[in-house]
Design a protein around this ligand. Structure first.
Ligand code: SAH
Ligand code: SF4
Length: 359
């Protein structure tokens, strides 16, 4: 099936080369990103003839919500359907609660982060990851990446000028779809669109070192998070097979070359798996490996799923690991299991859905 492009695939400049006069393109941009229009009908001040012309070639939105799971902590996990019937996940995460003063007035609004997918499936094939089990289907277009944020903001009635952060940590390997990722990052930054700066966007990668360099050269101002997960190449190759081609040292070297805002740190994600990498010897190696890098480590509990080969570490081991890192000068957090009562890790909601279909 050939996919129809959508209006969300374009930067404002590109839309202005398609839609004349250019103020009309700006108006359409407003409908897309300030009013979250889902169809041409909603665009009240756009001439009918222009809408008909555009409708022949472009969708307004390339995806829609088909399922959502709401967790008691405010996390909402979405299953979205694309025009070819494929499904992806995106997650709405509440990072900070709304703050009130004594009179009940809001002093600070709640803060949110959206976790988006970049591919249907993934080629990297990590042994611990449910997304990997389904193999790779296809890359998402820039519009399909942008569309996830638009759909979630619309669904949560989150005004266009309220800020949020984006993490590319859903399904897929973002750097394996670098061109569309870069385009989406640029579209998010549009002043007449959502105005989400690079600083508010974090690309999580399993470590394609050559692509880390390429992303750095694009100078988009984004942060990177490295899914490190292991401190020696043997274990890392077991967990992430492409570590053979992009080993730990090549990733560390690429990180050192990456243009990083001097006030910020590079995030290293470390998935803690029981009896695999949860020992103090690993923590010791991690400290050594990250010396000389302005790093922050985020420890993640392995989240088991039916048929998974690994187990969740104990809380004691997790805390001992964290304490060792902190004692040796590393900034380290334990990722709180947001949405633990829904399908928490990447790929799990989709998996449930396809199981239900099989029944
Ligand atoms: N492909 C990119 C981004 C998507 S994966 C990457 O690997 O960084 C997003 C995150 O989900 C990764 O940090 C990965 O380690 C984590 N993840 C995958 N399976 C998991 C599981 N079963 N339990 C906990 N985290 C998991
Ligand atoms: Fe792909 Fe990331 Fe899952 Fe690995 S952890 S298979 S890179 S989505």
């Amino acid at each position: 099936m050939s996919l129809k492009p959508s209006l969300l695939d374009f930067t404002l400049k590109e839309l202005q080369s398609i839609v004349k006069p250019s103020f009309r393109a700006k108006q359409i941009y407003g409908w897309l990103y300030h009013h979250y229009a889902e169809n041409y009908e909603a665009m009240k001040n756009i001439p009918k003839a222009l809408k008909e012309e555009l409708e022949e070639k472009y969708l307004v939105s390339p995806l829609h919500i088909i399922k959502k799971e709401i967790s008691s902590d405010g996390t909402i996990k979405y299953l979205l359907e694309l025009q070819d019937g494929k499904t992806i996940e995106a997650v709405w995460l509440k990072m900070k609660e709304t703050q009130y003063d004594e009179a009940g007035q809001i002093t600070q609004e709640a803060k949110y982060t959206i976790c988006v997918s970049t591919q249907v499936g993934c080629k990297v094939g990590c042994s611990f990851c449910l997304t990997a089990k389904g193999g790779f289907t296809r890359d998402l277009s820039a519009g399909e990446i942008v569309g996830q944020v638009v759909a979630l903001k619309r669904d949560n009635e989150h005004k266009h000028n309220r800020m949020l952060n984006i993490v590319y940590m859903g399904m897929g390997e973002p750097l394996d779809n670098l061109d569309n990722l870069a385009k989406a990052i640029e579209i998010f930054q549009e002043d007449d669109g959502l105005c989400i700066s690079g600083k508010r966007q974090t690309v999580s990668t399993s470590g394609l070192s050559s692509k880390i360099d390429k992303l750095g050269e694009m100078d988009l101002g984004v942060h990177i998070a490295i899914s490190l997960h292991a401190v020696d190449d043997e274990l890392r190759t077991e967990l992430i097979p492409m570590n053979k081609a992009h080993n730990i040292q090549s990733i560390i070297d690429a990180v050192k070359r990456f243009p990083i805002d001097t006030r910020k740190r590079v995030m290293f994600e470390y998935l803690v798996i029981k009896n695999k990498n949860d020992d103090i010897a690993s923590a010791k190696k991690l400290v050594k490996l990250l010396s000389g890098i302005k790093a922050k480590v985020n420890l993640i509990y392995f989240n088991p799923y039916p048929g998974s080969d690994y187990d969740r570490p104990t809380r004691e081991d997790m805390i001992a690991f964290q304490e060792y890192l902190v004692k040796h000068g590393l900034l380290c957090t334990i990722r709180d299991s947001k949405g633990i009562d829904i399908s928490a890790a990447c790929g799990q909601l989709k998996e449930q859905e396809s199981k239900q279909k099989e029944i």
